[in-house]
Design a protein around this ligand. Structure first.
Ligand code: GLU
Length: 238
């Protein structure tokens, strides 16, 4: 269970996410990556090895956007390669996910998706999540409800964070059980997400914590929390 960082605001998300991931390095990891919405599309940079490898990649091939998500991975399904590093993108190119945890019914869900004609691009359990989200987006759901329906298929404990060009102003996050936390940081016209407080502590001290079986929609202007069965929750800012 490694690190997650997200940002939505007016500033360049890339250095904020990279620095946040650096502050989570103490947790250990084997690869790292980030995705931002750059113009109209999602740009991903990811690499195996130390965060400095991702740093060099970002120097060689920079990406910029005001919304993004990043991850340091500790591989459970699939080798620690660049292809298996998070974020994982779906087939439409419209959605990306980062994920802490293990999809315990991965094999069943993988076979189900393959029989629906989905092509998997990695060996990870995580990639399943983004294809499930796309399945429900294709049925006309919005990102939050597509995420809720997708997450309903997953066994195990998870921290999940999603981004989509369909709704480029928001990050959707969910916590199931205990695969590390999901922390939301509140700023002035900007919001943060992380698996752990140190990732975002330099930016804000106002934070809200998801309980297990809760999800959040996070925008520049704030956030809303719901239970996974769709009940609105008044989350306390601490
Ligand atoms: N199970 C996922 C993977 O192997 C996530 C691992 C993690 O928590 O970093 O990619």
């Amino acid at each position: 269970m490694c690190g997650i960082v997200g940002y939505v605001g007016a500033r360049d998300a890339t250095p904020i996410i990279y620095e946040g991931l650096r502050r989570l390095e103490y947790r250990g990891y084997d690869s790292a990556g980030l995705a931002v919405i750059q113009g109209e599309s999602i740009a991903i940079r990811r690499d195996a090895g130390k965060l400095t490898c991702l740093g060099s990649l970002l120097e060689a091939e920079p990406v910029h956007g005001t919304i993004g998500i990043g991850h340091t991975r500790w591989a459970t399904h699939g080798e620690p390669t660049a292809r298996n590093a998070h974020p994982h993108m779906g087939a439409t190119g419209e959605v990306v996910v980062v994920h802490n945890g293990i999809v315990e019914n991965f094999l069943t869900l993988r076979d189900e998706l393959i029989s629906e004609g989905v092509t998997l691009n990695s060996e990870t359990d995580t990639e399943i999540i983004v294809h499930l989200v796309e399945r429900y987006l294709a049925m006309g759901e919005d990102l939050a409800s597509a995420a809720r329906k997708a997450i309903g298929h997953l066994d195990g404990a998870h921290g999940i964070v999603l981004l989509s060009t369909r709704e480029p102003d928001r990050i959707v996050a969910a916590r199931l059980g205990n695969a590390g936390g999901v922390v939301i940081g509140v700023g002035e016209g900007e919001s943060y997400l992380a698996s752990d407080i140190p990732a975002i502590l330099e930016h804000t001290r106002q934070m809200a914590f998801l309980e297990p079986e809760q999800m959040a929609v996070v925008t520049r202007d704030g956030f809303e929390v719901q239970t996974l069965d769709g009940q609105r929750v008044e989350a306390e800012i601490q």
